[in-house]
Design a protein around this ligand. Structure first.
Ligand code: AHR
Length: 508
């Protein structure tokens, strides 16, 4: 039996709903053949998959980042607007970009989803002028060539895009237009100046990592113009020599849950040391347990054709890859974002459709992978106010990580929230254990008697359970726990399935 005391009177903060955000890139079947598929029988009048739109509406995306990712670093946005879309070569992913999905289509998608747009600009081959022209196209009423172009393209009203990122991973050698630490600080400040002069109300982010030198240069040069710092994190990377899309097992993934706080603490330290922790928030604007699989970017693997080389990317679409490990990890990451709501303001699951995403599309419909249901639980059943939860006695289990080391992992990961709109307490409890149930004793020191209690649980049959076209082994079930409330009315005994993500809702 593990006990946890909940104190609703001890408020840790209010989470920004944008920590449940998403990302979509011009890569493989995320856009074309994914969410945007005019030839699909599921397509609406604008070419969007209605089954995907409906599934997304259920998890209410607050913000959607686009168009990349690496794709952004050579993207010419002007080729993606207007009546004559000419195909161009996508030099990031070495495929042809039809340019039939551009800014106007993206904004139309955000309107359908009722979510904020968040545009990542081209800091690879792009210039400060091209970035500020994009802000003009989107946000100026009618002043300027590009605002007039938007109107001529049939969009009279400005789009009022509030969130903009300068660059994507320009610190990495893999990125087109990679820059040195010093170059980056100079580049960002000039881009930020021009973008803010077009629309001073936009909020700006810039590509960063948890490196002190990089951030001191960036924030020293441009901290006064930035509102966000962009951090990307993928934990399970294919390090096999032959790039065989080797994925971590459930037990190996549980080791990664111990490092979900790592980047937050490092960036918090840097921002605090520079006196910017109240001004600049962390945006994990790309995160996923699994790094995407796209081998041989800079070369076509010997003895294969370009077609064969590109077809390797289809391995991202193997639904059996996304198990309860992905759900349990993702819940632990979102718990960390909630607990650090004072400094983490946005997180974008990368991506939301296909590749390693929460939704998989196929000719006959969609598959909601395990991670989809984590967003369904967190968006629809947790509160916006984070409150104190104190575990009386933590329990651990031993697993072996990808390097063969024995690691001690805590069994439960608990986040408590309050729902002002209903007066309920909603608690996310993750049981990471690969095989064992746990009985949790929830002691609720928050209001009079606990009058009612129910739980939404996602567990799957096994820890490697997954959903696919022909079966759904991991879906949410609702359990009534009213009979689990003690006679005194402040203690609830709850049985937690192994490898499970649970939301317990408590009311008076
Ligand atoms: O693997 C996909 C890439 O991951 C994104 O395009 C980039 O931003 C990140 O490195």
């Amino acid at each position: 039996m593990v006990s946890c005391t909940i104190n609703a009177k001890r408020i840790l903060g209010k989470r920004n709903k944008m920590i449940y955000g998403h990302f979509i890139e011009h890569f493989h079947r995320q856009i074309y053949g994914g969410i945007y598929d005019p030839g699909s029988p599921f397509a609406d009048k604008d070419g969007f998959r209605e089954d995907v739109i409906e599934a997304l509406k259920q998890i209410r995306p607050p913000v959607l980042r686009w168009p990349g990712g690496c794709f952004a670093s050579a993207y010419n946005w002007k080729k993606g607007v207007g009546p004559n879309r000419v195909p161009t070569l996508d030099k990031a992913w070495r495929v042809e970009e039809p340019n039939t999905f551009g800014t106007d289509e993206y904004i139309k998608l955000c309107r359908k989803l009722d979510c904020e747009p968040y545009i990542c600009t081209n800091a690879g081959t792009g210039t400060a002028e091209e970035m500020s022209d994009w802000v003009e196209y989107c946000n100026m009423e009618q002043e300027g060539l590009h605002a007039k172009s938007r109107i001529a393209n049939g969009n009279t009203e400005p789009y009022k895009v509030k969130y903009w990122s300068i660059g994507n991973e320009n610190y990495g050698s893999w990125e087109i237009g990679a820059k040195t630490t010093v170059e980056w600080g100079r580049y960002v400040v000039e881009a930020a100046k021009m973008m803010k002069r077009v629309d001073p109300d936009i909020e700006l982010s810039a590509a960063a990592l948890t490196d002190i030198d990089w951030n001191i240069n960036l924030l020293g040069s441009c901290g006064y113009l930035l509102d966000w710092i962009s951090i990307h994190e993928y934990w399970d990377r294919d390090r096999s020599i032959h790039l065989t899309n080797e994925l971590a097992t459930y037990e190996q993934v549980m080791c990664y849950t111990l490092s979900v706080n790592r980047s937050i603490e490092r960036i918090r330290g840097i921002l605090t040391a520079m006196g910017l922790e109240k001004k600049i928030k962390i945006s994990f604007d790309e995160w996923n347990l699994r790094a995407w699989y796209h081998p041989y970017i800079l070369s076509v693997k010997f003895d294969t054709t370009k077609k064969e080389y590109l077809s390797l990317r289809d391995r991202n679409d193997d639904n059996s890859s996304y198990t309860m490990a992905d759900a349990v990890f993702s819940a632990c990451f979102l718990n960390a974002c909630n607990r650090n709501c004072d400094i983490v303001g946005m997180a974008n699951f990368a991506p939301i459709v296909n590749t390693r995403g929460a939704i998989f599309t196929h000719k006959g419909g969609i598959v909601k992978r395990t991670t989809y249901y984590v967003f369904d639980l967190y968006v629809n059943y947790l509160g916006d106010t984070v409150i104190d939860a104190w575990e009386g006695s933590k329990e651990y289990f031993i697993v072996t990580d990808k390097d063969g080391n024995e690691v001690e992992v805590d069994v439960l990961d608990i986040l408590a929230t309050f729902k002002p709109e209903t007066g309920e307490i909603a608690i996310a409890v993750v049981n990471k254990h690969p095989k064992e149930e746990r009985v949790l004793s929830l002691i609720v020191n928050s209001f009079g008697r606990v009058g009612k209690c129910h739980m939404y649980s996602l567990s799957g049959k096994e820890n490697d359970s997954f959903n696919d076209v022909d079966h759904n082994d991991a879906v949410i079930i609702r359990l009534d726990l009213n009979n689990n409330i003690s006679d005194e009315g402040n203690d609830i005994s709850i049985n937690l399935q192994p490898h499970s993500v649970n939301i317990i809702v408590i009311g008076e």
